[in-house]
Design a protein around this ligand. Structure first.
Ligand code: PLP
Ligand code: COI
Length: 341
């Protein structure tokens, strides 16, 4: 491969050597297959194309301080994909199959795992699609699971530097009893116009509110929202947000570090009372929020002094990535070390 400039990698697609595939046909999952093609051939009436039978996941592999490759909470992604698949009537990939496919996809592309301290990582994208044809609205009877990997840099070009976001009131990414809590492509399609508008205005992401009352905070673009107040980690309780594995881990970490944790509804009106706020997710890691603008109400909330992350977000971030890179012991059993022999 051509030498990549690891330090300036964007969050984008870079071709790697292989991907791993598994087909579900005649009611059963087949063997894992290795492919070097970047393309998928499927029927033009595949349900993924017409009726949105599509689920995906995102997780990362890191080259640690000891040179070993670490996968972060791969079983959690397996379980979330299983939930998504079941929710939209797709064949559910068994947890073991998903985990072995991810491990295989990383093992086949180890040269693309960025070096320790490059700030980059290997992003793994599991994708599940309905490939069987239907014309009436019905679930497919054939599915394809593909796992590809691609080296990435930070999702927000600012990296750990604070981001500015804007409250979105004109659109919702998902309905309260809809698909917001699962990872289907349609949620992201629904978020594109708001995201494009926010980017044009210079914001890194939008902050979604609850779809019913527009009173409570939901999540921040492709990341969950958290706030810090009185040594307490506070994060929204909502049916329409994706249950973030990063957020779940930060909750554990915050408790481990002696903080209190509250998962509850967070009213927009509470924003001025917070000491720090942030967005968290696999791609976003922890992105401290500098400023939240509420244009409709002519309000702006600023959380960072001199555009610097607050001390608690900084501490959580250091500890979190310390575990991911093997610099700090992992008391939570989050890490799977890849066997590279
Ligand atoms: N919310 C949305 C809408 C997302 O797309 C993601 C990314 O997966 C997250 C939150 C963060 O979830 P996780 O920490 O599991 O990556
Ligand atoms: C992730 O954090 O894995 C995401 O889903 C973000 C986005 C690239 C979809």
């Amino acid at each position: 491969m051509d030498q990549l400039d690891w330090k300036s990698l964007p969050f984008g697609y870079v071709k790697t050597n292989y991907n791993v595939r598994c087909y579900y046909r005649n009611g059963a999952w087949g063997e894992l297959e290795i492919s070097s093609s970047e393309h998928i051939s499927m029927h033009m009436a595949a349900t993924a194309l017409h009726y949105g039978q599509e689920a995906f996941e995102g997780l990362k592999a890191y080259r640690g301080v000891d040179g070993k490759i670490r996968l972060f909470r791969v079983e959690e992604n397996a379980m979330r994909m299983a939930k998504t698949a079941a929710y939209i009537s797709m064949a559910v990939p068994p947890i073991d199959l998903f985990v072995s496919a991810v491990k295989k996809a990383v093992s086949l592309n180890t040269e693309f795992v960025p070096p320790y301290e490059s700030g980059a990582s290997l992003y793994i994208r599991p994708l599940l699609i309905g490939t069987g044809p239907q014309v009436g609205v019905k679930a497919a009877n054939e599915f394809l699971l593909v796992i590809f990997a691609t080296p990435v840099g930070p999702y927000y070009k600012q990296g750990f530097s604070p981001i500015d976001i804007v409250i979105e009131r004109d659109t919702d990414r998902a309905a309260p009893m809809g698909t917001g809590h699962v990872k289907v492509g349609g949620n992201y399609a629904a978020s594109l116009p708001a995201q494009e508008k926010a980017h044009q205005l210079g914001y890194a992401a939008v902050l979604y509110l609850d779809a019913c009352e527009k009173k409570y905070i939901d999540e921040a673009g492709t990341a969950n929202f958290f706030a810090i107040k009185n040594n307490t980690y506070i994060t929204p309780d909502s049916q329409s947000i994706l249950p973030s594995i990063t957020n779940k881990s930060l909750i554990q970490l915050a408790e481990h570090l002696g903080m209190k944790v509250e998962r509850r509804k967070i009213a927009v009106d509470e924003l001025p009372t917070f000491e720090e706020t942030g967005a968290c997710g696999t791609a976003a890691v922890i992105s401290p929020i500098n400023k939240i603008d509420d244009k409709e109400n002519n309000k702006s909330y600023t959380f960072c002094k001199d555009n610097k992350a607050g001390p608690i977000s900084h501490k959580l971030y250091k500890h979190f990535i310390g575990i991911q890179y093997g610099e700090i012991p992992d008391p939570f059993n989050w890490i799977t070390i890849l066997d590279e022999k």
